[in-house]
Design a protein around this ligand. Structure first.
Ligand code: SAM
Length: 194
């Protein structure tokens, strides 16, 4: 179902929950958070790139389960993050505390995480490293864990590295693009293997 097909009452209930998440540092816009929350509903979700927990908190109340992967050293990437990497994990833990029971955190790179066994996933949200190689790796590795009909969602798709990785990926060539809001794009895995 596309987000526009949700009934107005449910969308309002979700939006009301989202207000407090903007006290958490991050880059996710309200329209993007709403989209994530809607797609997370009743799905097992894996997120790459959690930072201080804004997107995790958008999804956690609605997801069946949420796996968060982050090495929690954003400053080391030199992407203009504030130089507070030692505090990022602590801030994340504090911010997600209300939904801790549903969230499992993996403090590691997505490259290491991809080597683990994951349960079948209904949704993967990619917002980790934004270099082409990293995004290409994250798409290719984690697409394999998504169930048929599940979704992969990317943030910052206007950024050069993300755009380039996406252009070469199976998502644009053999998955179905469902919709896009802000810098977020949503792709649905085909029912049959392609
Ligand atoms: C843009 S922030 C994520 C923001 C978060 N999704 C939100 O909306 O609140 C990117 C995060 O990805 C993490 N990151 C970058 N490269 C990574 C990698 N290769 N593996 C795991 N985490 C990574 C950084 O530590 C940073 O916290």
């Amino acid at each position: 179902m596309k987000s526009s097909e949700w009934d107005a009452q449910t969308v309002k209930a979700i939006s009301d929950h989202l207000g407090p998440i903007y006290k958490i540092g991050g880059w996710l816009w309200p329209s993007e958070a709403l989209l994530l929350a809607q797609y997370a509903c009743d799905r097992v979700v894996l997120e790459i790139g959690s930072y201080k927990g804004r997107s995790a908190m958008a999804m956690a109340p609605f997801a069946k389960r949420l796996y968060c992967i982050d090495h929690f050293h954003p400053a080391s990437l030199g992407q203009g993050y504030s130089p507070d990497s030692p505090g990022v994990r602590a801030a994340f833990e504090k911010n997600i505390a209300p939904w801790k029971g549903k969230i499992e955190v993996f403090e590691m790179t997505s490259q290491v995480a991809a080597k683990r066994e994951w349960p079948p996933l209904g949704m993967v949200f990619i917002d980790g490293g934004h270099e082409k190689e990293t995004v290409a790796h994250d798409i290719a590795s984690f697409a394999a864990f998504i169930i048929a009909g599940g979704v992969m969602i990317l943030h910052d798709t206007e950024k050069a590295g993300v755009k380039a990785a996406l252009a070469d990926s199976e998502l644009v060539h053999s998955w179905q693009e469902l919709e896009g809001v802000g810098t977020v794009r949503v792709f649905r895995k085909p029912n049959e293997a392609v």
